[in-house]
Write a protein that binds this ligand. Structure first.
Ligand code: GLV
Length: 327
C-alpha cells in the first residue's frame, strides 16, 4: 500500500523532516520562501497533511481546492493564518505549537523592551555612523527598567513569563489587562494586578503586548490608546501585526506622544510601514521572538509529532480542534 502524501511547506531542519519519511511520501519546500497561494494549492493536490509556518494561509478557498487534506500542523503558536472553524467543518485537524516557545519568546520580549528603554540600537547606529565624538551626560539617556511599572496586555503563557521576569528579576510592579482575570494564586507569584485596559495604558512605564490576533484585537492599540500613555512610556509588540495600528504608532513616536517602541511584528509584514522606518526611537526586528535553534527545533518537532499522530491514528499532542477526531 502506498504511503499517504504530506507537504512540508516551509524550510525546516532536515533531520526533523526525516522523521516523517518512514510514514509518508514527503514533498518539501527547500527555498526558504513561502510559496504563492496558487502554488501551495497546486502542491497540496493529493496530500493528506501539511506542515506550515505562520506565513501560509489556510482559508476556505484552499480547503475547497484540496479535498484530500486531513491535517494542518503549524509550527507556530499563533494560528490567525488558519481558518480553524472552516477546517473543523471539513473534518481537517489543526494543531499549533504552544508551550515550547514560551520562555524563549518571553526572553526576547524582555530584551526588546530593555533595548527600547535603554536606546541600544539607536545608540549603536550612532556609533557605527562615526558620530560619537565625546561622552555626554545626557547622550542616549533613556528610561529605567528596574523598579518601573510593567504593563502586560494579554496575560497568557508568554505574558505571564514576561511578568515573572519583571517581578522577580527587576523589582517591577506588574499590572496587566486580559479578558479574564487570573486566579489569585496565579497572580501572586507574578506580583501582578489586573486593571482595566485604560488604566493599564495610563499607568504603565513599559507596555508589552502579547495578545493573540483576532478580528476583535485588530487595532487594539490605536491613536486613542497611544494618547492615554505617558510621554515617557515605551511600547513593545511581540504579539501580531495588526494588534497595533502601525501608522498611528509612527505618528505617536514622531510627535513624542510616547518615548519609544520595540516591534517584532508588523501589519503586512514583511513590509514595514515606511513612517516607522523613519523613526529613530523604535527598535525593529524581523519576527524573531522565538528564534533560538533549540526552540525552533522544538516547535518543528512538535508540528511533526502532530502530523504523524493525526495521520497514523494517534492522538495529536496539541490539537486545536480535537473534536474532528471523534468518530
Ligand atoms: C510566532 O509568532 C508564533 O506564533 O509562533
Amino acid at each position: 500500500m502506498s504511503k499517504p502524501k504530506v507537504l512540508v511547506a516551509c524550510k525546516t531542519f532536515s533531520d526533523i523532516v526525516d522523521r516523517l519519511r518512514p510514514h509518508f511520501d514527503v514533498e518539501t519546500n527547500d527555498t526558504d520562501q513561502p510559496w504563492p497561494q496558487d502554488e501551495l494549492i497546486r502542491r497540496l493536490q493529493g496530500k493528506a497533511g501539511v506542515y506550515i509556518s505562520g506565513s501560509s494561509k489556510v482559508d476556505t478557498t484552499l480547503l475547497e481546492a484540496c479535498p484530500d487534506l486531513r491535517a494542518v500542523c503549524t509550527m507556530a503558536v499563533g494560528y490567525n493564518n488558519i481558518d480553524v472553524p472552516a477546517c473543523t467543518a471539513r473534518g481537517v485537524l489543526v494543531s499549533n505549537a504552544p508551550d515550547v516557545l514560551t520562555e524563549t519568546t518571553a526572553d526576547f520580549g524582555f530584551a526588546l523592551m530593555m533595548a527600547t528603554a535603554r536606546r541600544i540600537t539607536e545608540s549603536e547606529h550612532f556609533l557605527r555612523r562615526g558620530e560619537w565624538k565625546h561622552w555626554s551626560v545626557t547622550m542616549f539617556a533613556g528610561a529605567d527598567v528596574h523598579g518601573a511599572t510593567l504593563g502586560v496586555l494579554g496575560m497568557g503563557r508568554i505574558g505571564a513569563a514576561i511578568a515573572r521576569r519583571g517581578h522577580l528579576g527587576f523589582g517591577m510592579p506588574v499590572i496587566y489587562h486580559n479578558r479574564s482575570r487570573l486566579p489569585a494564586d496565579q497572580e501572586a507569584p507574578l506580583g501582578a494586578q489586573w486593571v482595566e485596559k485604560d488604566e493599564l495604558l495610563q499607568r504603565a512605564d513599559h507596555l508589552v503586548i502579547v495578545v493573540p490576533y483576532s478580528p476583535s484585537a485588530h487595532h487594539l492599540i490605536g491613536e486613542r490608546e497611544l494618547a492615554m500613555m505617558k510621554p515617557t512610556a515605551t511600547l513593545t509588540n511581540i504579539a501580531r501585526g495588526g494588534v497595533v495600528d502601525d501608522a498611528a504608532l509612527a505618528h505617536a513616536l514622531q510627535a513624542g506622544t510616547i518615548a519609544a517602541a520595540g516591534l517584532d511584528v508588523f501589519e503586512g509584514e514583511p513590509v514595514v510601514h515606511p513612517a516607522l522606518l523613519e523613526c529613530t526611537n523604535v527598535v525593529l526586528t524581523p519576527h524573531i521572538a522565538s528564534a533560538t535553534v533549540a526552540t525552533r527545533r522544538a516547535m518543528s518537532n512538535l508540528a511533526v509529532d502532530n502530523l504523524i499522530a493525526v495521520l497514523t491514528g494517534g492522538t495529536p499532542p496539541t490539537a486545536l480542534n480535537p473534536e474532528v477526531l471523534v468518530k
